[in-house]
Design a protein around this ligand. Structure first.
Ligand code: HEC
Ligand code: HEC
Length: 285
């Protein structure tokens, strides 16, 4: 990222806050996200124990043009993938010869609300699992099909299609019981400075949200809209792709998509964004 490269040359990590332009207002503080007549909560009270007072969706920080793309499903470029996900839902595959629909029926009923709880603990597998992990678990062990690659068009389409079934519902992950250890690990990673720029997620998304970093309006780094359509990517990308991108930007060696580290970080960040509506597929620049 040449942009950050130039920035790095002029500021030390400690001086980052000072070097950011003193631009405190949000893109459009008063904007409300209304999709096809339904208001989607882009602000919510932060959960108890959070360092933030209020959770604000990344949508609020985008330009009016980018915001507008998310207000109409026909304009939202992420919906091409949602439609593909709906097709895949009906496709028979694997040794079972069954489709997702043969076992799960109507996704708008069986998958409703699921995205709000992700990632979550899976008793059978004895581990914390993301939505991607659940899909591949079911493909391999129930459907008898090959797993999809993390960032494949099929996986992005299915996570988008399943995410849409929870759109407008508040994020609400479980962080107690066996998930607690993962939560703590995710929190530790969030505050660990990494890379040549020696910055933690918190240095930007907790200490400096609302400020400008170059041309970008820094948000709280919430994940309620994933998979998200990024104009820069010209397509959908997973939560872990975004994490990886932010680690690349501070010149750190990023963890792998699907790694325990990113799964733990995902749980912690999902919790920070408790109460925000699922916005999948969100549109960002
Ligand atoms: C042969 C039947 C079968 C097929 C085909 C199948 N699943 Fe499943 N799936 C299950 C069972 C059984 C479970 C575990 C228990 C449950 O949720 O009912 C499950 C669980 C899941 C879960 C976790 C649900 C939760 O509430 O935690 C997801 C997500 C899922 N499947 C997605 C899919 C997708 C996407 C496909 C198609 C690519 C698919 N499944 C195909 C039987 C199937
Ligand atoms: C040098 C500052 C910086 C650091 C450090 C940083 N990010 Fe970011 N991040 C950004 C910028 C800039 C954007 C794009 C504008 C925005 O949404 O904030 C962004 C965007 C994001 C988004 C997308 C938000 C949305 O609404 O779609 C997520 C999620 C995110 N970052 C997570 C992380 C995580 C996790 C870490 C730590 C591993 C991290 N970031 C570290 C600067 C940073």
């Amino acid at each position: 990222m040449p942009k950050l490269g130039r920035m790095a040359a002029s500021v030390t990590a400690a001086g980052l806050a000072l070097s950011l332009a003193a631009f405190q207002s949000h893109a459009d503080e008063s904007a409300e996200l209304i999709i096809d007549g339904t208001t989607i909560a882009t602000k919510a009270a932060a959960p108890e124990g959070s360092p933030l007072e209020e959770n604000i969706s990344g949508w609020r920080f985008r330009s009016a043009e980018t915001q507008a793309l998310e207000t109409d499903d026909f304009d939202n470029p992420g919906f091409v993938a949602v439609d593909y996900g709906a097709e895949l839902w009906e496709d028979a595959a694997g040794s079972s010869g069954k489709s997702c629909a043969s076992c799960h029926g109507d996704a708008s009923e069986s998958m409703k609300g699921l995205r709000t709880s992700m990632p979550k603990w899976n008793d059978e597998k004895g581990t914390l699992m993301t939505l991607e992990d659940h899909i591949n678990w079911s493909r391999e062990e129930h459907q008898g099909a090959d797993p999809w690659k993390w960032e494949s068009p099929e996986m992005l389409a299915m996570t988008a299609f399943l995410g849409v079934q929870s759109r407008g519902m508040p994020v609400n992950v479980k962080i107690d019981g066996p998930a607690e250890e993962w939560f703590n690990k995710g929190k530790e990673l969030y505050y660990t400075r990494v890379g040549q720029l020696d910055l933690a997620c918190a240095n930007c998304h907790e200490d400096n949200w609302g400020n400008m970093i170059r041309a970008d309006h820094l948000s709280q780094g919430q994940i309620n809209g994933f998979p998200t359509y990024r104009l820069k990517w010209q397509g959908l990308g997973s939560t872990h792709r975004r994490f990886k991108g932010c680690m690349d930007n501070v010149r750190a060696k990023p963890f792998k998509r699907g790694s325990d580290e990113f799964t733990a970080l995902e749980l912690y960040i999902a919790w920070r964004g408790s109460g925000l509506s699922v916005e999948t597929p969100a549109v960002r620049n």
